[in-house]
Ligand binder design. Structure first.
Ligand code: ADP
Length: 324
């Protein structure tokens, strides 16, 4: 039997290059070798979202991005988290074996509580429990995520160990799977690329939007004049070029250090390479978006398949916990 993969993205807007390089690339690569289950985690989005008016359109946009990136409904189960209501049941049950102290220590909880002091809700502190429920509802062995998710995954492993100790071996301990670019820094050159920091580039942006954003990217802060020597090791544009244009990196390193190339030209090249890289994905996305009912059909089919697995797991969990 193939091992199972599970992962999800939040419907907080269109996907960005960080999501793509840190996670989606692996979602695509693991199809075939593994039994893959992928979803748009709408319930997770509610932990920080105060206005849900855009939720349905964000779900559709996220789905289209994933499908255009290469997720294939013939090879993977692709659905929306809340369409499989068993998640809520398992979330409640796992909550019974998760000490509150573990959750209060999670760095992302502390950070989000600091950023949104007016909205520190029960769902937010329980985020890692729901994420664990997502993974173990499908008994996943492997979870492709970006580096920022590693603390959550470690906690998921602890919850699984605790559950298995209490109620007998039930869930595999999930392992993270990182890409070769597990932490993409945003255009500010400082923080993780993220929608909430608005330092991101959407994978489905137009070529013009992409170029405009890249031209605003922060490079080596020490390089004030065109003639100043650069330090590629601190420059995010350099790191991105390493990914999108690996063939130019050796000469670019030298040209930057000797100021043979300036940051403006460097960013122009990056923009051209990024647009080139994503052109087929963008074309495919437009095609899929134009097929009436396509996304809705994928989501409905995916939810049906996911639910079969979820119901099987819940039956076992309830038996083990003495509920039936
Ligand atoms: P965001 O952090 O933009 O709100 P999600 O939380 O939905 O996005 O993350 C979806 C996936 O993308 C996760 O596996 C996450 O680790 C990964 N990811 C998000 N941002 C980055 C980044 N800047 N670099 C690498 N991976 C990322």
């Amino acid at each position: 039997m193939k091992k199972r993969v599970f992962s999800g993205v939040r419907p907080t807007g269109r996907l960005h290059i960080g999501n793509y390089l840190g996670a989606i690339k692996n979602y695509v690569a693991l199809q075939g070798e593994f039994d893959c289950v992928y979803c748009v985690v709408d319930l997770h989005a509610l932990t920080t979202l105060e206005d849900t008016a855009l939720l349905q359109s964000n779900i559709r946009e996220g789905m289209l991005d994933m499908l255009a990136a290469g997720l294939d409904p013939q090879k993977a189960v692709i659905f929306v988290q809340s369409h499989v209501p068993e998640i809520n049941e398992l979330f409640t049950l796992l909550g019974m074996v998760t000490p509150l102290g573990w959750l209060m220590r999670v760095p992302t909880f502390k950070e989000k509580a600091r950023m949104h002091p007016q909205n520190v809700n029960y769902g937010l502190v329980g985020y890692p429990v729901m994420m664990t429920a997502d993974i173990v509802l499908y008994k996943a062995d492997v979870v492709p995520v970006g580096e920022d998710q590693l603390p959550h995954l470690e906690l998921a492993r602890e919850i699984v160990r605790r559950f298995n100790e209490h109620f007998g071996d039930t869930f595999p301990e999930p392992q993270a799977r990182l890409t070769t670019f597990p932490m993409v820094v945003g255009l500010d050159g400082q923080s993780k690329m993220s929608k909430s920091l608005n330092n991101h580039i959407e994978i489905a942006a137009t070529a013009e939007e992409t170029t405009k954003k890249i031209m605003s990217a922060v490079t080596d802060p020490a390089r004030k004049l065109r003639s100043d020597p650069g330090h590629p090791e601190v420059c995010n544009v350099f790191k991105l070029r390493r990914h999108f244009e690996p063939e130019v990196i050796a000469s670019l390193d030298a040209d930057c250090r000797t100021a043979k190339i300036g940051c403006v030209d460097c960013k122009k090249s990056l923009a051209a390479a990024v647009n080139n890289y994503f052109a087929p994905l963008r074309a495919r996305r437009a095609e899929l978006a134009a097929i009436p009912g396509y996304v809705e059909e994928v989501m409905a089919d995916g939810a049906r398949q996911a639910r079969v697995i979820a119901c099987r797991t819940m039956e076992e969990v309830k038996k083990k916990m003495g509920l039936i």
